[in-house]
Design a binder for this molecule. Structure first.
Ligand code: TRP
Length: 321
């Protein structure tokens, strides 16, 4: 089974990305042959700074490798290192009904947010379909926001197969329902756009300040807190501490006697320890970028071999070859 997913290079990742997307994708590498790529072509629809794109791409690569993506098992590469996808994207666009793209809510949402309505943004789902179909992908793990794009991909595959004969595998989406909704420092869902994130690999002092600055209510430390389970710091603690430690903090908070300052101090320590090994690994990788580039180059070579095979099949089917 081939598992494929693309990751937008939108900068360093936060704890919400880690529990929502990274950890589940990394765990999937045991379930089949995983292909993961950094969607730098797609990033061109919303990011126009070359240096930033280069930096973000490298940051995502470092973050994933540090957090356990194993390049021996997973084919890890940059989207643009397989230019065959753009050729396939054109071919797919010729059988993609305009109405299918016009219905895409993600395009409409982005326009509403002020992103320029360029053709690339509109055609984004077609390139995404090419990404998926060019590797004969069976399973595509994505967030809920990408569900419609997967439906578009399936429609395009079916349409092409009907037009030109059986060519593409019709993929299945695996929608990640947020197992853990990770709250941000203000209690809303952790998200870059809310400015409430805790970075996975943030600098120690700044991160401690963020954690200590989390707003709690004004009850005194002595007061029992029957709603301890809903406490923001407790929810975050549950993600990064052992069940025993999390339970201990929760019970002390519930009983009264544990102040919010001490709770947040505890949370920071647990968070810092949780990512300690990954942090060391990331520093090691950052000091050896040749290795990182080599991983991506080797990943691209493997991905390209598969892409070539499927593209040739599509060219034959459609009479280009
Ligand atoms: N659009 C996806 C996102 O924003 C990224 C992506 C691009 C992708 N190509 C893909 C995901 C192919 C899965 C498969 O998250």
């Amino acid at each position: 089974m081939r598992i494929l997913s693309g990751i937008q290079p939108s900068g360093t990742l936060h704890v919400g990305n880690y529990f929502g997307m990274m950890r589940p994708s990394i765990e999937l590498q045991d379930k089949g042959e995983a292909f993961y790529f950094i969607a730098n072509y797609h990033s061109m629809t919303s990011l126009f700074d070359p240096a930033q794109r280069r930096q973000n791409t490298l940051d995502v690569a470092l973050d994933f490798l540090a957090c356990g993506l194993d390049p021996k098992r997973t084919v890890f590469f940059r989207q643009s290192d397989v230019p065959e996808v753009t050729e396939l994207s054109w071919m797919l666009s010729t059988i993609t009904p305009m109405g299918l793209l016009e219905r895409c809510t993600s395009y409409k949402d982005k326009i509403a947010k002020g992103i320029s309505p360029y053709h690339g943004l509109f055609a984004y789902p077609v390139l995404m379909a090419a990404d998926i179909l060019i590797y004969d992908s069976n399973l595509v793990p994505v967030g809920r926001d990408q569900k419609q794009h997967l439906e578009v991909t399936r429609d395009i595959a079916i349409k092409f197969n009907e037009q030109y004969g059986q060519t593409f595998v019709v993929p299945e989406a695996q929608i990640r329902d947020e197992v853990a909704v990770v709250p941000g420092t203000d209690g809303q869902k952790m998200s870059k756009s809310y400015g409430n994130t805790i970075d996975i690999f943030g600098e120690e002092k700044a991160t401690r300040k963020k954690v200590m600055g989390m707003v709690m209510d004004s009850r005194t430390p002595q007061e029992p807190k029957p709603d301890a389970d809903q406490n923001l710091a407790i929810q975050l603690l549950k993600l990064v501490a052992t069940p025993e430690v999390a339970k201990d903090y929760t019970e002390r908070l519930r009983a009264g006697g544990l102040g919010y300052g001490d709770l947040k101090k505890g949370l920071f320590e647990q968070y810092w320890n949780y990512f300690a090994a990954a942090r060391a690994k990331r520093a090691e990788l950052a000091a050896n970028l040749d290795y990182v580039h080599q991983v991506l180059t080797e990943g691209a070579a493997k991905a390209r071999a598969k892409a070539r095979e499927v593209l040739d099949r599509a060219k034959k089917a459609s009479g280009l070859d």
